[in-house]
Design a protein around this ligand. Structure first.
Ligand code: AKG
Ligand code: FE2
Length: 214
């Protein structure tokens, strides 16, 4: 892939992609249970002063008090479903990081997507570890450096059923990421992004530029 702004490079050093991280039968069961039982809703977001409905279904899951705000909206967590307990333990064991919450997204088909953003909300702290588990249909996940110019870089990952993508360190400060729409006929996909909110909260200046996502 080539764009005017950036070459398609090696993945950033601060991102790991573990394909087949969750065994197929566990991934199948997890997908089926979450799709059927989570209280999926369409989040209303504020993008450049306009209120819009996100082009996907979502559910914010977490420990009591782990509330989360992005794109002008704030969400209180629903409790962890029992099936996610062992998955959370396995993500902690794999990454060495701690998590108190998960943003679950359900992309119903290729029209559902997530726009360019960084996961840099102040309650995530300055160098968050974000672990992203993919279930269901395979989709492209793209990253590009926030700064244009000769050092600009971009990279596309193919996220398939059971894969775990881990973003660490300065990934959010240096890169934006997105899950683009696709004209291909694709089935539904669930993505779980494990996060730690509030605990190491570093409150940053209000004027810090943060891109809304849609
Ligand atoms: O669906 C994905 O793989 C990306 C989700 C994402 O970037 C997010 O929830 O912040
Ligand atoms: Fe994200």
């Amino acid at each position: 892939m080539r764009t005017r702004h950036a070459r398609d490079d090696e993945p950033p050093d601060s991102v790991e992609h573990h394909r087949g991280w969750l065994p197929m039968d566990e991934a199948n069961r997890l997908y089926a249970v979450l799709e059927q039982t989570l209280p999926w809703t369409r989040h209303r977001l504020r993008i450049f002063g306009r209120e819009i409905e996100a082009p996907r279904l979502s559910c914010w899951i977490g420990d009591p008090g782990a509330s989360y705000g992005y794109s002008g909206a704030r969400f209180e967590p629903v409790p962890w479903p029992a099936i996610l307990g062992p998955v959370r333990d396995a993500v902690v064991a794999s990454t060495g990081a701690h998590f108190n919450s998960v943003l679950a997204n359900l992309y119903r088909d290729g029209d559902d997507a997530m726009g360019w953003h960084s996961d840099d909300e102040p309650e995530l702290g300055p160098r968050p570890v974000i672990a992203s588990l993919s279930l269901g249909a395979t989709r492209r996940f793209v990253m590009k450096t926030r700064q244009p110019g000769p050092d600009a870089r971009c990279h596309a990952f193919t996220l398939d059923h059971g894969s775990l993508l881990v973003m660490r360190g300065d990934t959010q400060a240096r890169y934006r990421h997105a899950l683009p729409r696709t004209a291909r006929a694709v089935g539904p996909r669930i993505n779980l992004t494990f996060r730690l909110v509030g605990v190491s909260a570093c409150v940053e200046p209000a004027e810090r530029r943060r891109g809304p996502r849609a």
